[in-house]
Design a protein around this ligand. Structure first.
Ligand SMILES: Nc1ncnc2c1ncn2[C@@H]1O[C@H](COP(=O)(O)OP(=O)(O)OP(=O)(O)O)[C@@H](O)[C@H]1O
Ligand SMILES: [Mg+2]
Length: 437
């Protein structure tokens, strides 16, 4: 038979004399309330939104933890490779406000806590940090929780256990967030890949359409040319001239599109830059000279050789010369200088070709845009804005470069560099080094 005392002890778990019984009961109830609160907070911590920013997550954890632990400030640190990002939540104006501190560190996990504390001490020198690591399922440290207190106080066993418990729960949530970010990143990369595949398909399609349009366009151009000759004085003559002009523009766009999508195949051979210039001037020299400009040629001796598509390199030179011609219109006296020279860099040598003109020049803002496709300052009927972007593409496909220098109102100089074919016999002439003159 149990006494009344024994029954009470069994029910409440309190072994005490009647005198201290009530105070022990009050204490026990308080402890249970505390534990309940802690469980409620830990439960709240598992509700962190997976797609929240680290700042939002940190402020949320700080707000929850402040209900069960005493601290002034709180920091969540995430370790990604050698990158340490600490999100520091400070209590300010009735809210937890978050600051981001980043640093790169050695990957040795044993010194990471020290690094985190050093970084935080720079911002909050008067505070004492207590940190617990966040560990993954594979027991790798991927972050820290840090409590910052103004007074140094010993962490008792209960509190240490509580912090560990919090860390294990927060760890799961943070690990999920990291995985979520990883997956999101991958989805984004995949979307980019799909987009570039689409662009490639569009490029191919454009090239196909360009090919298809070529034949009817030849008929339009040929027939309108015939009509133009026959009907010089007819009232319809300007209309036919317009048809022909628009046809020429379409042809130019198609040609550029074909080169841009690199659907046209060109044979590569070893060619001298002099021959290229010679051919180009044979092709458009007359067109240039009728506009009253003088062209000076300063070619390096012996001729410099490159390996590539003669046709494509000629196209670059044509583009540069036509641009120069447009730029010098109205200048007195209009002048273009074509120079070839040898460029020697640390591990490679280049054939250099520059086209200088004393034309309008290019302002600084436009200088950064001229190589973009469809950038043109010319009238719609005169320029497609593809000349330089196509030329740059060709130069880079040859392992070379194309760049511009200019002073607005004074001059422009475009320089093309192509890898030099090291032919001892042909290229043992004077080595001039990089020549920008
Ligand atoms: N030598 C130059 N002097 C001044 N501006 C130039 C020169 N070369 C190019 N530019 C500027 O760069 C722009 C782009 O040149 P790009 O050759 O790409 O196109 P475009 O000449 O306008 O048209 P097209 O496709 O017919 O060549 C030109 O519209 C012009 O504003
Ligand atoms: Mg052009």
């Amino acid at each position: 038979m149990h006494t009344k005392q024994e029954i009470l002890e069994k029910l409440t778990g309190i072994q005490s004399s009647r005198k201290s019984y009530y105070s022990e009961l009050v204490y026990l109830i308080e402890e249970m309330k505390k534990k309940n609160k802690q469980l409620a907070v830990i439960n709240q911590l598992t509700q962190i939104q997976i797609n929240a920013t680290w700042q939002q997550t940190t402020s949320y954890i700080a707000a929850q933890l402040s209900q069960i632990l005493v601290f002034e400030h709180f920091a969540l640190t995430i370790v990604k490779g050698s990158m340490l990002s600490s999100y520091l939540a400070k209590w300010n104006d009735g809210d937890w406000q978050c600051h981001t501190l980043t640093q790169t560190v050695s990957v040795d996990a044993s010194v990471l806590t020290g690094q985190v504390h050093l970084t935080l001490a720079e911002v909050l020198p008067e505070h004492h940090p207590t940190s617990v690591p966040l560990r993954s399922q594979l027991n790798q440290t991927f972050g820290f929780l840090t409590l910052l207190r103004q007074t140094k106080q010993l962490v008792d066993r209960d509190e240490a256990e509580l912090i560990q418990l919090v860390a294990s729960h927060v760890g799961v949530v943070v690990e999920n967030s990291l995985l979520f970010q990883d997956v999101n990143e991958r989805i984004k990369i995949e979307a980019q890949l799909i987009q570039s595949a689409k662009m490639a398909a569009i490029g191919e399609m454009a090239a196909g359409i360009a090919h298809e349009l070529n034949s009817p366009l030849t008929a339009i151009l040929g027939n309108s040319q015939l009509l133009m000759r026959e009907m010089t004085d007819a009232p319809e003559a300007p209309l036919i001239k317009d048809i022909y002009g628009c046809g020429v523009r379409c042809k130019k766009i198609i040609q550029n599109l074909l080169t841009f999508s690199r659907q046209e195949e060109y044979l590569f051979s070893t060619t001298s830059i002099d021959e290229v210039v010679e051919d180009v001037l044979g092709l458009i020299g007359y067109q240039l000279s009728v506009s009253g400009l003088t062209i000076t040629r300063e070619m390096s001796e012996p001729p410099l050789l490159f390996h590539g598509s003669r046709h494509q390199i000629e196209q670059i030179v044509i583009n540069l010369l036509l641009n120069a011609r447009d730029a010098v219109a109205g200048r007195e006296p209009p002048h273009i200088v074509i120079r070839s020279f040898l460029v020697q860099e640390e591990n490679s040598s280049y054939v250099g070709l520059s086209v200088y003109d004393n034309g309008t020049g290019i302002c600084e803002e436009q200088l950064s845009q001229i190589f973009q496709p469809f950038f043109s300052t010319k009238e719609r009927t005169k320029g497609t804005g593809l000349g330089l972007s196509v030329s740059l593409g060709i130069a880079e496909a040859h392992g070379g470069r194309l760049f511009a220098e200019s002073v607005e109102g004074e001059y422009s100089k475009f320089t093309m560099l192509l890898p030099l074919v090291a032919d001892e016999e042909d290229n043992d002439g004077e080595k001039t080094g990089f020549d920008r003159g």
